[in-house]
Every structure is written in C-alpha cells, then in structure tokens.
Design a protein around this ligand. Structure first.
Ligand SMILES: NC(=O)c1ccc[n+]([C@@H]2O[C@H](COP(=O)([O-])OP(=O)(O)OC[C@H]3O[C@@H](n4cnc5c(N)ncnc54)[C@H](O)[C@@H]3O)[C@@H](O)[C@H]2O)c1
Length: 251
C-alpha cells in the first residue's frame, strides 16, 4: 500500500499505460480520477471499485474540461496529491515535407499543451497542500529519435524540458515533477508509429522489438510500476528526474 490515502488524477486512463496505472494505483491504496477522451472504453472494460475510481470523460486539450475534471476530483476525493499526464497521440512516420500544419498542431496540443493545462490547474491546489507529485509520460524517442516522427519527437522533447522547468520552479513548494521515457511499449499506440502501408504486427515483432537491447517490448505494468514509485514517499527526494523505462533502447 505505497499510495495509501493518496488521490491521483491520471489522464489517458483508457489507454494501455493509463489503464494499468489506474489499476496499480488503486492496488497501492490510492483513489483515482481517471480521465480520457474515450472514458466509455474504460467504463466498459474496467471493473474498478466506484468508491476508489471516478471515471471522467474529458478532452485534455480543452481548458474548461480540464478545470471541470480537477473540480470533480476535488469534490469527490477532497484533494489532489498526484497528477499523471499519460494522454498522448502517436505520429505515423511521415517525411517532414508531408507534415500538415493541422497534424503538427494536434500533436503539440495533446502531447504538450495538455500537460500545461493540467499542471496549471493542479499546482495551486498542491501549493496549498504544501505537497504534490506530477509525472509526465514522455518518450525515449525524445533522446533517441526514429526517422519520420518529427512532430512527435519534438512534442516529447518539450515534455522533458517542461518537466525540468516545473521541477525547479516548484521544488520550494515541495511539489516533485518527474518524467518517464517509455521505450517501445506493447499498447494500441505502438503500431500507429509505423509508416503508412507497413504491416503493423510485423513492425512490432521486428523494428520495435529488435530495437530494445533487453529483447522484449515494454509492458504497460513496467511503466505503471515506475509511476507508483515516483508517486510514493520512497521517491521523496526525486525531482526533475527522467526515468528511461525502455529496456535499454536509449543507450
Ligand atoms: N506505446 C508506446 O510505444 C509509447 C512509447 C513511448 C511513449 N509513449 C507515451 O505513453 C503515453 C501513453 O501511451 P499508450 O501507449 O498507453 O497509448 P494509448 O493510445 O493506448 O493511450 C493513450 C490514451 O490517451 C487518450 N487521449 C488521446 N488524446 C486525448 C485527449 N485530447 N484528451 C484525453 N485523452 C486523450 C487516448 O484516448 C488513449 O486512451 C503517451 O503519452 C505516449 O505518447 C508510448
């Protein structure tokens, strides 16, 4: 019970990593506001105890929906100790000259602007509480890019810089801010990185798996376990850290 009595907001909660985080956080004693654009999927698939889990349909790029989400979490659970920004979208490998303004803006909106919106909303609460933890899910591609993922990699690089900017800004408030860089992970997103026309299952087994020195894809629980640790008091002196949970892909 490493998160006993803690309250967490997890975005991207219907996704591969997010859903596993919701499960692990509840197992560790936390109460969770689980937010996703596709919250209906989470409602259908998950058997979370309603006492411990509030499922919220929210688009994290929309300021008012983010405000409402945080308010709902406060109304239900009375505080916010932890924010995990796990919502994100992939980019199908695309040469830079073929990337549209709309595609670029969409990736930036979801992968980095949403983190700004959620952080801006929870930080006053955490300052008042004199404690808090923010975890941003970035990507190992931010430090070891693949060709064609130009906008995605740029967005995740921004997540790492934003994480460290907030870590230094909020240290005096006892708010810790850390990032996780997953390597190729076995979720619905992975195949979306393949270029158009590429066999997704084959790409998972070859390109992605072969790029991991430990020889396996990362599983959602590997990321959830790192998030549990970073959220727990065991990590009380960890801030501004970037955790590569990538089977060595970043080496
Ligand atoms: N899967 C990988 O190989 C991999 C590798 C490195 C980093 N990541 C990152 O890990 C995080 C989680 O990814 P995943 O693999 O679980 O992918 P996923 O596609 O399974 O989950 C992402 C979730 O984010 C939600 N989402 C997207 N836009 C949203 C919005 N505007 N508002 C609210 N929710 C929104 C989606 O509905 C989805 O449920 C992402 O930030 C992703 O970029 C993934």
């Amino acid at each position: 019970m490493r998160l006993r009595n803690k309250v967490a907001i997890i975005s991207g909660a219907a996704g591969g990593m997010g859903a596993n985080m919701v499960k692990r956080f509840i197992e560790e004693g936390a109460k969770v506001a689980a937010a996703d654009l596709h919250a209906d999927t989470l409602k259908k698939d998950a058997s979370f105890d309603e006492e411990k889990c509030l499922i919220v349909q929210a688009d994290m790029t929309q300021e008012q929906q983010v405000e409402k989400l945080v308010q709902q979490a406060i109304n239900r659970f009375g505080k916010v100790d932890i924010l995990v920004n796990a919502a994100g979208i992939a980019q199908s490998a695309t040469p830079i000259e073929k990337v549209s303004n709309e595609a670029w803006d969409r990736i930036m909106d979801i992968n980095i602007k949403a983190h700004f919106l959620t952080s801006r909303e929870v930080v006053p609460i955490m300052k008042e509480q004199k404690a808090g933890v923010i975890i941003n899910v970035a990507s190992i591609s931010a430090v070891r890019p693949r060709p064609g993922l130009n906008a995605y990699v740029a967005s995740k690089g921004a997540v790492l810089a934003f994480t460290q900017a907030l870590a230094i800004e909020l240290a005096e408030n006892n708010i810790r801010v850390n990032a996780i860089n997953p390597g190729p992970a076995d979720t619905g997103m992975l195949g979306q990185f393949a270029a158009k026309g590429v066999d997704v299952e084959e790409a998972k087994e070859t390109t992605f798996k072969d790029s991991v020195p430990l020889g396996r894809l990362i599983q959602p629980e590997d990321i959830a376990n790192a998030a549990v640790y970073l959220s727990s008091d065991e990590a009380r002196m960890v801030t501004g850290a970037i955790f590569n949970i990538d089977g060595g892909r970043g080496i």
